[in-house]
Design a protein around this ligand. Structure first.
Ligand code: NAP
Length: 216
């Protein structure tokens, strides 16, 4: 399974690269190819130190789209529209959104676009035959990066296409102790995205770090 990560140099992108590249072929995308290659070098070194083989290459965001079957949009909400407008070739691809539209004042709050969620907005920006799934919205980047710890969390997956949802759930279940749960159609993604500001507020006001969720 070839997975392209647009914005793969960022906090969550690097963490996902570390966890996914031992199991799948990962293409790390960036606006700057050199930055993507540097992220790959860092990840490869960290994995080799732990005797883990990996498959990863760095390139442009466009290459991450072109060469992948599944594209993860690891980019801040405020940059989604310009980044997607600059990219082509999403036809027939599965596009995974971990994107959370969040505002910060004295606390964190959910600030969705008029479409209802980041995932629904992204669906509207892509060709009709691209399949958008919301997933990985509620896991902190630091946890992805902490390679010596298990990722023992639940991952809610929303998608309108059963086959694409199944594929994304298999990817989730291939990572550490992550467990995928079917969270309904894409229009339910607002529920999943809005959990993240709750987790951030719980962390902030209770002096906790990297709070996550596990369904039992
Ligand atoms: N961080 C978390 O703990 C976490 C947890 C769950 C979900 N998420 C979601 O995951 C997404 C990524 O979060 P993140 O914290 O990883 O983001 P980030 O580190 O701030 O940024 C990710 C990447 O976006 C690209 N980028 C930054 N500014 C840009 C601009 N002006 N124009 C175009 N591209 C730009 C950069 O890649 P290049 O410079 O290489 O192009 C950057 O490495 C967000 O939507 C967030 O809601 C994050």
């Amino acid at each position: 399974m070839k997975i392209g990560i647009v914005g793969g140099t960022g906090d969550i992108g690097e963490g996902m690269t570390l966890r996914l590249s031992p199991k799948h072929d990962v293409i790390v995308g960036s606006r700057e190819e050199a930055k993507a290659i540097a992220t790959c070098d860092t990840c490869r070194e960290a994995l080799h130190e732990r005797d883990q083989e990996c498959s990863l290459i760095g390139g442009s965001n466009q290459r991450a789209v072109d060469e992948a079957d599944i594209v993860i949009l690891a980019i801040p909400f405020k940059h989604v529209i310009p980044i997607l407008k600059a990219l082509t070739g999403f036809e027939g691809k599965i596009v995974v959104s971990p994107v959370n539209p969040i505002e910060r004042t004295t606390h964190f709050s959910y600030a969705p676009p008029p479409e209802g969620s980041a995932a629904m907005m992204i669906k509207g920006l892509l060709p009709p035959d691209a399949t958008v799934c919301a997933a990985f919205n509620n896991i902190a980047a630091e946890k992805w990066r902490a390679l010596d710890e298990e990722l023992d969390y639940s991952v809610a997956v929303c998608c309108d296409d059963d086959s694409a949802k199944h594929t994304v759930m298999e990817i989730v279940n291939s990572v550490s102790r992550l467990r995928a749960y079917d969270a309904g159609p894409l229009r339910a993604a607002s529920v999943v995205e809005s959990v993240t500001p709750l987790l951030l507020n719980i962390a902030r006001f209770n002096r906790l770090k990297d709070v996550g969720i596990r369904f039992v």
